[in-house]
Design a protein around this ligand. Structure first.
Ligand code: NAD
Length: 366
């Protein structure tokens, strides 16, 4: 089994290093190869997704990705910005289904911005369509307006679009995932205003006819954003488009305590995937050794389960993460009074020790 390791920029390198160490103690005979991506690849090769990196990603059985981006690249033309690497990988590899589980660990109910009783036991799965919608629709650009409120003024525009097969395949993914959980899907749209999302709603409803055992509800995105902070446990599987999913999954991240806890998987139709934390490269804390590596470590666990068919190894990692949290270790983003503050490397050390079945050392409390 070959894994492409793409650490990327900012905290990407720090957190991926810890996930690779955790994979290393599992005795799985994994072959890994590392390549540059994002700003780091732009600096070295003049492009955020060089051909050599794309080739490696295509040849691998799975990809473990850190994060890309830095404010210093904001002035580059769009095609050369680091974030284009992740969009390019999704597009070239056909990674259309993004799984973002939002799970609130028992020990972290107090780290959430919501009241503990609202998030205790939270376990929802956001499924975001990843290759369509306004992020990829053409045409897009800047021009001089010929109509609208200000004819003759400079304007910018994007195109929101979804085809029937794109909606059908993500709807099937959501209903099938729901069958393995509580058999309930909430499809989030903006059908009251957008043609694209009236179509989305119609097609999801049609696909639902093939899954009579699964309950389907439709919800407008503004209401979904509100319900996620009002009564998040009412959701089970949430399926939505690319842009709404981008926003709602970050909102869901905060329910769990920190975006540093949230793994994700982006899968193609054959189950090959790219695994990455849900957060970005966090330039504000990069290089300080304080980033939470758990989202990346948990992404590696998802990789073992979804693409490499090693569920027992995935369980070992997930149990190790729980053990480390139970031992009171916390990176600053999830720290609270009475727990032990640790850095990225120490958190990695603790998970490595727990996976190896060793007692977790806790240091001085701070
Ligand atoms: P971000 O997710 O990088 O950071 C948001 C906030 O969360 C920051 O305060 C950061 O310090 C904190 N944070 C994120 N991950 C953390 C972790 N593991 N541990 C502790 N704290 C963590 O989002 P942003 O600041 O909006 O974007 C920064 C850069 O990342 C931008 O260039 C953006 O385009 C890029 N980005 C990349 C991806 C990706 O690679 N898939 C996703 C989102 C954003």
């Amino acid at each position: 089994m070959k894994i492409a390791i793409l650490p990327g920029d900012g905290i990407g390198t720090e957190i991926v290093e810890q996930a690779v160490r955790v994979l290393g103690v599992l005795d799985l005979r994994l072959e890994t190869e590392t390549a540059l991506v994002g700003g780091a690849a732009y600096e070295a090769h003049g492009h955020p997704l060089p051909d050599s990196t794309l080739k490696l990603a295509k040849a691998a059985d799975a990809i473990l990705f850190g994060a890309v981006g830095d404010w210093k690249y904001d002035k580059l033309e769009r095609a050369l910005r680091p974030e284009q690497a992740i969009l390019g990988l999704r597009k070239h590899l056909g990674l259309f289904a993004n799984f973002r589980p939002a799970l609130c660990y028992e020990q972290l109910t107090h780290a959430s911005s919501l009241k503990p009783e609202l998030v205790a036991g939270l376990d929802i799965l956001i499924i975001r369509e990843l290759t369509g919608d306004i992020y990829f629709g053409q045409p897009r650009g800047r021009r001089t307006a010929v109509d609208g409120h200000f004819p003759g003024a400079e304007e910018a525009f994007d195109t929101m679009r979804y085809s029937r097969p794109e909606i059908e395949r993500i709807a099937h993914v959501a209903f099938q995932a729901a069958r393995k959980r509580s058999k309930k899907v909430t499809s989030v749209d903006k059908a009251n205003v957008l043609e694209t999302f009236q179509f989305w709603k119609d097609v999801v409803t049609e696909v639902h006819a093939q899954y009579p055992d699964v309950e389907l509800e439709h919800m407008y995105v503004d209401n979904a954003a509100m319900q996620l902070v009002r009564a998040p446990k009412k959701f089970d599987v949430v399926v939505t488009g690319n842009m709404f999913g981008d926003i709602l999954s970050d909102e869901a991240a905060m329910l769990t305590g920190s975006i540093g806890m949230l793994p994700s998987a982006s899968l193609d139709k054959a189950g090959k995937g790219l695994y990455e934390p849900s957060h970005g490269s966090a330039p504000d804390i990069a290089g300080k050794g304080v980033a939470n590596p758990l989202a990346t470590i948990l992404s590696a666990a998802m990789m073992l389960r979804f693409s490499l068919n090693r569920p027992a190894a995935a369980d070992r990692i997930e149990h190790a993460v729980k053990a480390v949290l139970a031992a009171g270790l916390r990176t600053p983003d999830i720290w609270s009074e009475g727990t032990t503050k640790v850095g990225t490397r120490e958190m990695g050390d603790a998970v490595v020790a727990a996976v190896a079945g060793k007692t977790i050392a806790t240091k001085t409390k701070s």
